[in-house]
Ligand binder design. Structure first.
Ligand code: SAH
Length: 347
């Protein structure tokens, strides 16, 4: 069975033509599933009974099941979703004043093994299929609809568990499905993909012709420190990463966001700030500071509020645009780096 939610418009058109249909059939199907929110082929009244039978035989409209749902005091919702094979992934809904953002997972587990992150402890179990990422958005949309406040998902960040560029093609199909006008119609500028720095992925992404955003998890301003925190830096050291970022900026004509975790006494002193300023000066990006969320899996600590603000000031005085990441749902372990479904399950 082919899951209809996993098909990007061009692929669906091609399949429809192979079925002896007009390409327009694909548009009609998108309208049914994304606009009219049909959950079965029987509802698709303007498609012939005969072809509906064909669709039922070959295609499914399966969505992940909600395994657990946690609601934070700030309204953040964390879902643990169960996939067809029983594997579980998390996604998080964050409510900003400008809209509803979902933090989407791209893999079950993660192979990047960053020393500070809970998602990578057990390695990667498997990639998520496009429909399993679309399913995260549709499930949250359904919850929003049930709330009855007329809200829906308006922003997507691929910043949950997994490394999106280690699952490149599926993530791109996902982006195209949610961005498509006949799909979920989420504006490209409201979609952000975050990478730990897989250089081939960055170069490819630059050439996709999308107006979506790119975030880079930088976390350290020199190779020595970055090697300690992120294994990926040994494969793609900072000079290689920065070249790729410059190439991205030139080709896509977009600026990147640098994510910089602040960990007490590890990467949060003035010298680190100065090095960071130097490192990114030749690029157009701005810095999003993420105060470290402590976990019981390592000894890293969050710096004091004073230190976090001092670091911000150092950057701003050095001519770098920077902000402190707003935090959601830390009381339900839904904040950055706290997603660890697979770990909880097996420990
Ligand atoms: N693999 C991608 C997508 C994951 S995004 C990437 O690395 O960008 C998740 C973000 O949360 C990354 O910037 C990651 O470095 C950060 N993060 C991981 N553990 C964290 C923690 N304990 N506290 C705060 N942020 C954390």
């Amino acid at each position: 069975m082919i899951n209809l939610y996993g098909l990007e418009m061009e692929k669906l058109k091609k399949l429809m033509v192979e079925e002896g249909q007009k390409p327009f059939r694909a548009v009609q199907l998108y309208t049914w599933i994304y606009e009219k929110k049909a959950t079965s082929f029987d509802e698709m009244s303007d498609i012939s009974l005969k072809f509906r039978e064909v669709l039922k035989e070959k295609y499914s409209l399966d969505l992940p099941k909600i395994f657990t749902k946690q609601v934070s005091s700030d309204g953040t919702i964390k879902l643990l979703l169960e996939l067809n094979d029983g594997k579980k992934v998390e996604c998080v809904l964050m409510r900003y004043n400008y809209g509803c953002a979902v933090c989407v997972s791209s893999q079950v587990g993660c192979n990047m093994a960053c020393s500070f992150c809970s998602s990578g402890i057990l390695g990667k179990q498997r990639n998520l299929a496009p429909e399993e990422m679309v399913g995260q958005i549709l499930t949250i949309n359904k919850l929003l609809e049930e709330e009855g406040k007329g809200q829906r998902v308006t922003h997507i960040v691929v910043m949950g568990t997994g490394e999106p560029f280690d699952n490149y093609d599926n993530v791109m199909d996902f982006v195209r499905i949610v961005n498509n006008q006949k799909g979920l119609a989420i504006g490209a500028r409201h979609i952000t993909v975050s990478t730990c720095g897989l250089v081939e992925g960055i170069k490819k992404y630059a050439r996709e012709g999308l107006q979506t955003n790119l975030a880079i998890s930088l976390h350290a301003p020199n190779n020595e420190l970055r090697n300690q925190l992120m294994k990926v830096n040994k494969a793609y050291p900072l000079e290689v990463l920065m070249e790729a970022i410059k190439e991205y900026e030139a080709i896509a004509n977009r600026r990147v966001t640098y994510e910089y975790l602040l960990i007490q006494d590890v990467n949060d002193n003035k010298e680190n700030a100065e090095e960071l300023i130097k490192l990114i000066k030749g690029t157009m990006g701005y810095v999003n500071l993420i105060p470290y969320n402590e976990t019981n899996k390592n000894d890293y600590k969050r710096p004091s509020g004073n230190r976090i603000h001092a670091f911000l000031d150092w950057l701003i005085k050095g001519g770098v645009n920077a902000t402190i990441r707003k935090e959601f749902g830390s009381d339900i372990d839904a904040a950055c780096g706290q997603l660890k479904a697979k770990v909880e399950e097996s420990l």
